[in-house]
Design a protein around this ligand. Structure first.
Ligand SMILES: Cc1ncc(COP(=O)(O)O)c(C=O)c1O
Length: 436
């Protein structure tokens, strides 16, 4: 299945698949996350097929977009799930996930979460420290179970991501160094409640080249070989997530290119079970955030602000990671330029003005875009923030007592609400009953 852009301008108006964005905003209000069903499914199939020669199990990373309907769509397409909490296990199961396709990562699994995971019969727990493996062993032994675990390695490889999203370098809290991991796996051979079946890697996100994966995999395979020789039944290699997407409209490394770069190592590994945990690749380009401009503010200090009804509580990536998202008016005679880069100062043949796109939250860090060339937009008009399907709504909050946005799913010419906009009651409900 070819991967297509499902957000396009037709006759000067933004569409998601066959539905005009204006219509969605009129029906569901703003701010509103708009997902394309076709985009989600195409991306899932694309990365599954790229690693298909090894029969890889795709475990969609729930943390990037946990909406139940999105998870259900992917579960029905055959996807497994990468989870990092009991709450994410609950979401995945509620969406119809096969427990035998769920892998559980994270550095701080509680005893309760471990028990929940084991009782639900998930495929594998990815272990990040000796005390955690000991805790799993205690819980599993009590339940009369033997937990299949993978050891998450910290291979000390720099994936050249933002410092806050790099996880495979020594010094971060993630994974276990190779020598320590080897000692742990050897010791665990005699523990009744656990069986070390796999090696897990996740280096950071997004990773724009295959090279960090290759370096980490080379180190991991040396360990796999030594563990097998020592009698550990390691049959699973989990390569994690981090596969990049384009935020500018330019070409980036494709799943096929990652898979080609890893082919030799994967074939040498002779591991019958390969797992990948893409989140961003599947969901990132699959949604836009629609927001309505409330005011134009021109300051005497030479700044021009487009004050919109979406804010950092709806999309925190720009201020948290200095992440770049294209922003463009929903009505635009010429459509959006093919490529919009962070350093773009103008577009040939387009009249633009320099603006900051900001929200109503009381923080200077509340912005969606800064110093951007945009065609003139008036109060009341709609803007779209692109490529927000991953770590968009999922990282949203109620900061400033702002209800979280609505989420809708478009399928061809149809559009369905998949999460209603929160109300004031949703926000104060858990406190009302306990009011002193
Ligand atoms: C263990 C693990 N796997 C997979 C992912 C998904 O990463 P991405 O969305 O970049 O594919 C993450 C993201 O943080 C992660 O921590």
């Amino acid at each position: 299945m070819a991967v297509q852009n499902r957000f396009t301008y037709r006759a000067g108006e933004l569409y998601c698949e066959d539905v005009p964005a204006e219509r969605i905003a009129a029906e569901h209000g703003t701010p509103c996350y708009v997902y394309s069903r076709a985009s989600l499914l195409e991306r899932y199939a694309d990365i599954r097929d790229a690693f298909g020669q090894w029969g890889a199990l795709v475990c969609f990373s729930v943390k990037c977009c946990g909406n139940l309907s999105v998870l259900k769509l992917l579960a029905e397409a055959g996807s497994g799930f990468d989870v990092v909490s009991g709450g994410e296990i609950c979401r995945a199961l509620r969406a119809g996930a096969d427990p035998q396709k769920i892998v559980f990562a994270g550095v701080g699994k509680t005893g309760e979460e471990i028990e929940y995971a084991l009782r639900e019969g998930i495929l594998m727990l990815n272990v990040e420290s000796r005390p955690e493996l000991e805790a799993i062993n205690v819980v599993a032994t009590r339940l009369g179970a033997r937990a299949a675990v993978a050891i998450r390695l910290n291979p000390d490889v720099d994936a050249r991501t933002h410092a806050k999203t790099t996880t495979g370098k020594g010094g971060t809290k993630f994974g276990i160094g190779i020598r320590t991991a080897e000692r742990l796996a050897l010791d665990a051979r005699s523990w009744d409640g656990v069986e070390v079946r796999g090696i897990h890697l996740h280096l950071g996100s997004p990773i724009y080249s295959a090279e960090p994966y290759e370096s980490a995999l080379t180190k991991a395979l040396e360990l796999v070989e030594r563990l097998r020789e020592a009698g550990c039944p390691v049959d699973t290699l989990n390569l994690g997530g981090g596969y990049c997407i384009s935020y500018t409209g330019e070409e980036v490394t494709t799943p096929q290119q990652y898979a080609a770069a890893l082919r030799t190592s994967l074939e040498k590994s002779a591991c019958p079970v390969i797992i990948i945990e893409p989140g961003r690749y599947i969901a990132g380009n699959g949604a836009v955030l629609l927001t309505r401009m409330i005011y134009r503010k021109e300051s005497e200090f030479g700044k021009r602000f487009l004050i919109c009804d979406a804010a950092m509580n709806d999309l925190i990536r720009p201020t948290l990671y200095e992440a770049f998202h294209r922003v463009w008016p929903v009505r635009s005679a010429e459509g959006m330029p093919q490529v919009v880069r962070p350093d773009q100062s103008s577009f040939e043949g387009l009249v633009t003005e320099r603006v900051d796109v900001v929200g109503p939250v009381c923080e200077t860090g509340d912005y969606l875009a800064r110093n951007r060339p945009l065609p003139r937009v008036e109060a009341g008009e709609l803007l779209a923030v692109f490529d927000v399907g991953a770590y968009g709504f999922a990282m949203g909050s109620n900061y400033n007592a702002r209800p979280r946005a609505a989420e809708v799913l478009v399928d061809g010419a149809e559009c369905r609400l998949i999460r209603r906009r929160e109300t004031c009651g949703d926000m104060i409900g858990p406190e009302e009953e306990w009011l002193i």
